[in-house]
Design a protein around this ligand. Structure first.
Ligand SMILES: OC[C@H]1O[C@@](CO)(OC[C@@]2(O[C@H]3O[C@H](CO)[C@@H](O)[C@H](O)[C@H]3O)O[C@H](CO)[C@@H](O)[C@@H]2O)[C@@H](O)[C@@H]1O
Length: 583
């Protein structure tokens, strides 16, 4: 045999070995998937798994992080998400896939995209779906190549007549966008393409999160055909010092009203549009947004006065909430927001329970009348899970009092309450140093009495209050003799569990509401998650808690007022929630 033949046979053997390894891996991954999907999660969490959710989306098993490519296609909602088929910690990332007709009940499908080609062999990371003008959905996602460089790839459905879009094929033209010596892109910080939009010149635009040194930026690419992409000389936006911008999202909102706007829309005649840029800051692991104007010709995002796109910007959620993504729901003419909430338990506990990560209930999102902030509210469909209802009207909460709400499954509930404070003039005065709401909430925990507050809800509480999570308000005068007020909302997890190992950080946010009006608070309680909405969705706080005693039927719900002034509960409605079908 000649040397050449030998080396050809060698190459062939190597290729066959690699191929068979890959096929074995793929089969293993499908086998894992098939086994997983035979297990049902339609029942309430069991004694052995007290922290699995009843109606928040989670896979049957293993690690989940970012929501990817949410969309509606032929009347079916699709959610893809970052999933590890092999364990409860991050790694081996594929695009898992589920579909739904109502955003609440979900059917699983095999992973839509998994590592298979050099351009994504080390991972299929986050990305988005764009619906092309002919109705075809395409995925842009980040692939990790053999050199661990981050590159952008495209995939499209194999069969457009299948509303479930079960199978996806990757383009042989991949990668479509890659770092190189000419473009100078940081190869380890170039990821998470957004939904693309059509510009004034009929060219597509997409932004990709990146960083150069400490400058966080959204790199813009343009394309005529969605396949050949050209890097724009200038980013859509950047901020020096903020670090890596992960999972950017960029979308229009109507200036007035709550209807959603399609991502490429220029608006109806006479309609004023604003744009929202959201970034997930790798440094802080929070999602920040800025409202502003999109200069279509210069391809620049210009934040409105008072906004800066960095860690001082407002947040979607002041608790645990990251890597969120919106989509335009053409069936209901609304924009819907998905966000990932990770665990507060230790990695050892996650491995033991066999899973990690949930998605929050999808939220409708729109611009407040003030134009200064976004409003979020759980999609109406979640209300279909409401069963037994308990109503309280016009109850008085004297100083240092509690009111137990009986008759609902307190570990799996939806609660809406309207408080009215009586003596606003008794509010304490804000101190100049009180600029950080989270710090204020942690320094003044729930047992610290102030003029007005704390008053709110105690959820996932044990009978004798050895454990509870409190979500509450405090009201302060902005200045002495002022008739302006500051409303603080806190979610205090410090007493949530007798277990010591969990992260029990207290969260806080200022709520831009006028306390002369009734103050609303809603809590979606689901075993180990409490999603709270203050001021009708003007401030959101999501927390993860793992009570030892306040589990299942041993979980209680209270309204409380530990402040020095009386507070009225104008109305309180609580519902037991059915479990969603999520398998
Ligand atoms: O799954 C990859 C996608 O996730 C993102 C944003 O969540 O990047 C995450 C990142 O990894 C860190 O975060 C993981 C959870 O999100 C965490 O468990 C892991 O240990 C962290 O390293 O992925 C890269 C590689 O590790 C890191 O630079 C990111 O922070 C998103 O940007 C990715 O597309």
């Amino acid at each position: 045999m000649t040397k050449e033949v030998c080396s050809n046979i060698g190459l062939w053997l190597l290729f066959t070995l690699l191929l068979s390894n890959y096929v074995a891996d793929l089969e293993a991954s499908h086998h894992v998937y098939n086994r997983l999907t035979q297990r049902s999660n339609t029942k309430s969490p069991s004694v052995n798994q007290p922290y699995r959710t009843g109606y928040h989306f989670q896979p049957p098993k293993n690690w989940m992080n970012d929501p990817n490519g949410p969309m509606i296609y032929k009347g079916i909602y699709h959610l893809f998400y970052q999933w590890n088929p092999k364990g409860a910690v991050w790694g081996n990332i594929v695009w898992a896939h589920s579909t739904s007709t109502d955003l609440i009940n979900w059917d699983p499908h095999p992973p839509a995209i998994f590592p298979s080609e050099p351009f994504d062999i080390n991972g299929c990371w986050s990305g988005s779906v764009t619906i092309l003008p002919d109705g075809k959905p395409v995925i842009l996602y980040t692939g990790i190549d053999p050199k661990n460089q981050q590159v952008q790839n495209i995939a499209e459905p194999k069969d457009l007549s299948d509303p479930y879009l079960v199978e996806w094929k990757k383009s042989p033209l991949n990668p479509l966008m890659a770092p190189d010596a000419v473009n100078g892109i940081n190869a380890s910080s170039f990821r998470d393409p957004t939904t693309a939009w059509l510009g004034h010149d009929k060219k597509w635009r997409v932004i990709i999160g990146s960083k150069i040194h400490r400058r966080g930026l959204a790199i813009t690419y343009t394309s005529k055909d969605f396949l050949k992409w050209e890097k724009s000389p200038e980013p859509l936006h950047y901020d020096d010092g903020s670090g890596m911008w992960e999972c950017p999202d960029f979308f229009p909102v109507t200036r007035f009203g709550s209807k959603g706007v399609e991502t490429s829309s220029f608006g109806e005649p006479n309609e004023v549009l604003k744009h929202v840029l959201k970034i997930s800051l790798d440094d802080t692991k929070h999602d920040y947004y800025t409202v502003g104007t999109y200069d279509r010709v210069g391809d620049k995002f210009v934040p409105d006065k008072g906004f800066k796109m960095d860690g001082t910007a407002p947040r979607y959620d002041y608790g645990k909430y990251y890597a969120s993504k919106t989509f335009y729901d053409s069936a209901k003419n609304r924009r819907v927001l998905w966000g990932w909430t990770n665990e507060s338990s230790s990695v050892e506990d996650d491995v033991e329970k066999g899973w990690s990560g949930i998605q929050t209930i999808p939220r409708k999102i729109w611009l407040d009348r003030s134009g200064k902030q976004l409003i979020q509210w759980p999609v109406r469909e979640v209300e279909r899970l409401r069963t037994k209802q308990v109503n309280l009207r016009n109850k008085v909460l004297n100083s240092r009092s509690r009111l137990e709400v009986y008759g609902v499954t307190a570990a799996q509930a939806d609660v809406e309450v309207l408080f009215k404070v009586r003596n606003l003039e008794k509010a304490d005065v804000m101190k100049a140093s009180w600029t950080d709401p989270q710090l204020m909430c942690s320094q003044m925990n729930v047992s610290v009495k102030s003029g007005l507050g704390p008053f709110g809800l105690m959820v996932l509480a044990s009978k004798n209050l050895e454990e509870y999570t409190s979500v509450y308000f405090r009201i302060f005068k902005a200045h002495q003799n002022s008739n302006k007020y500051v409303v603080l909302m806190c979610s205090d997890q410090s007493r949530s569990s007798l277990e010591e190992d969990n992260d029990k950080t207290t969260y806080g946010a200022f709520v831009d509401i006028n306390p002369h009006q009734p103050l609303s608070l809603r809590a979606l309680i689901d075993h180990s998650v409490v999603e709270s909405f203050g001021g009708k969705g003007r401030a959101c706080i999501t927390s993860r808690v793992y009570p030892k005693l306040a589990i299942g039927k041993n979980s209680h719900l209270f309204a409380f007022n530990y402040g020095s002034q009386t507070v009225d509960v104008l109305s309180l409605s609580a519902w037991s929630m059915k479990s969603a079908q999520i398998s």
